[in-house]
Design a protein around this ligand. Structure first.
Ligand code: 4AD
Ligand code: MG
Length: 482
């Protein structure tokens, strides 16, 4: 007989039919009641063992974590706590699980411990919930863009360019590292390398996505990106997934509207489709908050926070306006910021972003028109504006509570001469990006786009504090295990 997934059984409740279920033992009580979970949903299914007519040796193997199968009638439950249960006629053990050796225990274990056992942590209800929600969010992103007529574009993972111009790249090479060939100038001779040039893992698919948008109109990428930045924080990974839409004939306002609509759509999708998982994660967060002092606890529960984002417009203001708010803020005046805001031009740190979002506006914020000097070369130069001390670009960052920057984007510099000049000023070699400049020579048009850090979105929706807990196998300085 074919197995039926527990999610389907609980959805359709086919009472008085024979079913086969297969999964992992979550609990075994009174030599009789198995709580079985097969990963298809958060809920367990109760399997009732006829212990008088079952081999004691088999019963003895029904340990926490064991993989088993059960065949039997699905009946209305005799006990409390569940509507249906399976009266087992036959039990199969697929894989024993020795409790003396199994690192997981049927009790609360710390996230740090589970991170060290990342190969097994899927088995816990918290991580199973996180990864189901992660799936739902990925699906919702594709659904959102597909419904709006965007094309999903696969941009290269190995590339010769540094899209962000920040030099935080992992090299890719087949050259022997113990005997790197050198040219007559003492530089690495990449002509002997696989691609006959220097290459690296991509930091962003944006530049290639722009090429697609300037023909297909509206495209998006959703792929892995890699950054060798030495950031040991709860918001940085060396390998993360990024969603990068790019839209032709669009300006910064269209870009903000798109990003806000997308974030609200996918958050709402999770609220509608991941209720059981969000309930588990909300409870987890609540317990975690209880360990914090009162003033650090969140005023809203997880689902309240998600609903708040879905139902409220994001606050939009310029960098210049934000600097004014920050300069005059209490923490700045009282010297509470680690990086005091002295004036216009300063790059915003996470503490400033979080002040704006969590204390001042108490809602998601979109900051725009940053100083050109602290943003990437491809962002469109703004016309000078009264009251703004220096040149700015049509950039936007979306800041979220508990996360800080979740989206970074801009209107792109579509003017050939302006872009060339900017690249020269920022030491971006024209010879390497001739193909990017070509689009500005041949049928250029105003266009815009942004990047959403997928793990930061998953963090926000699941309420997990550490980004290393929302990707299966996190990569960060000193760690590439599994
Ligand atoms: O702001 P970033 O660097 O922008 C870009 O890469 C642009 N090319 C995007 C675009 O306009 N198409 O990165 C975009 C987002 C950030 O807002 C953040 O959410 C996430 O990517 N991000 C990271 N997430 C996890 N770990 C890291 N090290 C990240 N760096 C950026
Ligand atoms: Mg950014």
């Amino acid at each position: 007989m074919k197995r039926t997934k527990i999610a389907e059984i609980l959805r359709t409740e086919p009472i008085d039919t024979e079913v086969v279920v297969k999964g992992w033992v979550k609990a075994f009580r009174n030599n009789q009641f198995i709580a079985l979970n097969d990963g298809s949903c958060a809920a367990n299914l109760q399997v009732v063992v006829d212990f008088e007519n079952t081999d004691p040796a088999l019963i003895d193997r029904l340990k926490y974590g064991a993989a088993i199968g059960a065949r039997g009638q699905l009946i209305e439950s005799q006990g409390k706590g569940q509507r249906v249960e399976v009266k087992a006629a036959e039990l199969t053990i697929y894989g024993d699980c020795n409790p003396e050796e199994f690192p997981l225990q049927p009790k609360r274990q710390t996230l740090e411990f589970l991170r060290e056992h990342a190969h097994l942590r899927f088995r816990t209800s918290t991580f199973a919930a996180v990864f189901r929600v992660r799936h739902a969010l990925a699906f919702a992103i594709h659904k959102f863009f597909h419904e709006r007529g965007f094309y999903y574009m696969h941009t290269p993972i190995i590339t010769g360019s540094d899209a962000e111009g920040a030099g935080e790249m992992f090299s890719v090479t087949t050259l022997p590292l113990n005997k790197v060939p050198m040219d007559e100038n003492g530089a690495v001779d990449f002509s002997q390398d696989f691609f006959e040039r220097a290459t690296n893992l991509t930091v962003s698919g944006q530049l290639e996505a722009e090429l697609g948008a300037l023909a297909l109109g509206e495209v998006y990428t959703f792929g892995p990106t890699f950054r060798a930045e030495n950031s040991n924080t709860t918001r940085h990974l060396a390998e993360f997934w990024m969603i990068e839409p790019e839209i032709a004939f669009a300006d910064l306002h269209d870009n903000m509207d798109l990003a806000e609509a997308m974030l609200q759509y996918v958050t709402n999708f999770a609220l509608e489709h991941c209720k059981d998982d969000l309930a588990i994660l909300e409870e987890r967060l609540l317990n975690e908050e209880k360990t914090k002092p009162q003033h650090e606890r969140s005023e809203m529960s997880l689902t309240e926070k998600l609903r708040f984002v879905v139902e409220n417009n994001f606050e939009r203001l310029t960098y210049t306006e934000a600097i004014d708010i920050l300069k005059n803020s209490n923490p700045n005046k009282k010297g509470k910021f680690q990086y005091p805001i002295e004036g216009w031009g300063a790059d915003l740190q996470s503490e400033h972003e979080r002040y704006l979002v969590e204390k001042h506006f108490k809602k998601p914020v979109i900051l725009t028109n940053y100083p050109a000097a602290i943003k990437a070369f491809y962002m469109r130069l703004d016309d000078p504006k009264e009251g703004v001390p220096g040149p700015t670009v049509s950039a936007m960052d979306i800041l979220f509570p508990g996360i800080g920057e979740i989206v970074g984007g801009s209107q792109r510099e579509e003017r050939y001469e302006v872009l060339r000049k900017k690249m020269q000023e920022m030491d971006i070699p024209e010879t390497e990006l001739y193909w990017y400049l070509d689009t500005r020579k041949f049928g250029s048009c105003p266009h815009a786009g942004f990047g959403l850090g997928f793990e930061r979105l998953v963090q926000f929706v699941t309420g997990m504090n550490n980004i290393r807990d929302v990707i299966a196998f996190p990569r960060f300085p000193g760690n590439a295990e599994f």
